[in-house]
Design a binder for this molecule. Structure first.
Ligand SMILES: [Zn+2]
Length: 230
């Protein structure tokens, strides 16, 4: 009885229909039906040397490899998936995106040496609001298809680094570098780490995270995101 009630309740929040076209013919554990999943705008960046994501960081930081799995455009399925993950508590959408990333990483020769996945942290205020850190859900999705360790509590976000509206732009830019800090940073030494985030646009957040991680002397720092804003 309780189970039935719970299932009905869950269905209210996460109706079992395709996020994009509304059909109830869902693929297993997927928020999309198969035809919609098959037309996702995948990049072929994971095996591409000097791909557009790596070029974002040229002249800024020494990334080993960087990739994004999907193209992010307005009013698209990808936008809907990211929106569901970030603002609708839809963990299933995040795990699905993570599995797409995981399969791309597993099939690429560039990421064989990765030992740790590090989700870009968000503030505890945002975690309370969203229910979870969306980058951590992506990591969990990746690990469903690619067996790696997740280090969720080594790179942390400083409190109050979200509320910067009263500061001018220069002051904010300076502070961006210091929005993260390390805990038990020695665990990163000589590791090949992969930073995980949902969307990459200018790369500013990932650059700040890179600069923080670098203090711990990892062997290499790599980046993978679910989507790339054109
Ligand atoms: Zn569909």
């Amino acid at each position: 009885m309780i189970k039935k009630y719970l299932a009905a309740f869950v269905h209210l929040w996460y109706p079992h229909i395709c996020l994009h076209c509304g059909t109830d013919q869902l693929a297993n554990n997927s928020p999309l039906c198969l035809p919609c999943a098959n037309v996702l705008p995948v990049t072929d960046f994971f095996d591409m040397e000097n791909n557009p994501i790596e070029k974002i960081f040229w002249g800024r930081i020494a990334i080993q490899h960087a990739s994004a799995a999907l193209f992010f455009t307005k009013e698209s399925i990808v936008q809907k998936l990211i929106f569901e993950l970030k603002y609708k508590h839809n963990k299933k959408a995040g795990l699905f995106l993570g599995r797409i990333m995981g399969n791309a990483l597993k099939n690429s020769s560039h990421y064989d040496n990765i030992s740790l996945l590090i989700p870009i942290p968000i503030s505890s205020k945002k975690i309370r609001k969203r229910g979870f850190n969306q980058a951590l859900i992506l990591c969990e999705g990746i690990c469903q298809v690619w067996d790696k360790k997740i280090a969720a509590n080594l790179l942390l976000k400083k409190q109050n680094s979200d509320s910067q509206t009263h500061k001018d732009r220069l002051e904010r830019a300076g502070q961006d570098t210091f929005q993260f800090y390390l805990k038990n940073g020695q665990l990163l030494e000589n590791e090949n780490v992969l930073l995980i985030d949902d969307v990459i646009t200018t790369g500013a957040t990932l650059e700040a995270a890179f600069n923080c991680l670098e203090q711990a002397r990892p062997a290499s720092i790599n980046i993978a995101t679910a989507a790339y804003t054109l």
